[in-house]
Unconditional design. Structure first.
Length: 211
């Protein structure tokens, strides 16, 4: 994914001013930054990557044309450094018959340490130890998918909270409810926070907590 296609949300102080791709959000935030330059007490202007809650640092100086050109150069440099995306095509069937000395594509050999009774059990499984281990790993991945999503999303929400609400009343209590996955308690403890901050937290957590 190109850097300018990153989904993000911009805040001026505790007010959400734009959400969408960085390509669309950045000019909106630039306009707010220009207006704030004449304000005696400008509010902090922050852009958050939706997937991680990392802040995106941009240089707001210059005209819109200068800003846009600089943004494009920054995007080109970051895209050039990004690792290539994995191909959409599925890996070849790693259990298919193969010729002598031909490596199995997509399979990585690493040491696995097990107790003798584990090796004995694996030896009785159809396809042998390697096939059985791969099936066990895939099963564990499917079973833990929802828990993994909740954990990742909780970390993303906490990173956003720490930046935007670390100074607000009830932050510690809300943090404890968040990591305890206490939805009702969390909602109650952020009820007095700015509406846009609450809304963004609900947006981050909604899909994972439903799972």
């Amino acid at each position: 994914m190109a850097w300018l296609d990153t989904l993000c949300t911009a805040f001026e102080g505790d007010r959400c001013i734009a959400t969408g791709t960085l390509r669309d959000v950045a000019p909106c935030a630039k306009a707010v930054a220009d207006l704030a330059a004449d304000s005696p007490a400008p509010q902090p202007l922050l852009l958050f990557a939706d997937a991680s809650s990392d802040t995106i640092e941009l240089d707001w100086r210059g005209t819109l044309e200068v800003f846009t050109a600089r943004l494009e150069r920054q995007a080109q440099a970051l895209d050039a450094l990004a690792p290539p995306e994995a191909a959409d095509a599925p890996l070849p069937d790693t259990d298919a018959p193969r010729g002598p000395g031909r490596p199995k594509l997509g399979v990585v050999a690493r040491e696995v340490t097990l107790l003798p009774r584990h090796w004995d059990w694996l030896a009785t499984q159809p396809g042998g130890a390697s096939v059985a281990l791969r099936k066990l790993v895939e099963l564990a991945q499917r079973q833990s998918q929802a828990q993994d999503q909740v954990r990742r999303t909780t970390e993303v929400a906490y990173k956003f909270m720490s930046t935007m609400a670390g100074h607000l009343p009830g932050f510690e209590e809300a943090s404890r409810a968040l990591f305890a996955h206490d939805l009702a308690g969390f909602i109650a403890r952020i009820a007095d926070w700015p509406v846009d901050v609450q809304s963004h937290l609900h947006k981050i957590l909604a899909e994972a907590w439903q799972a």
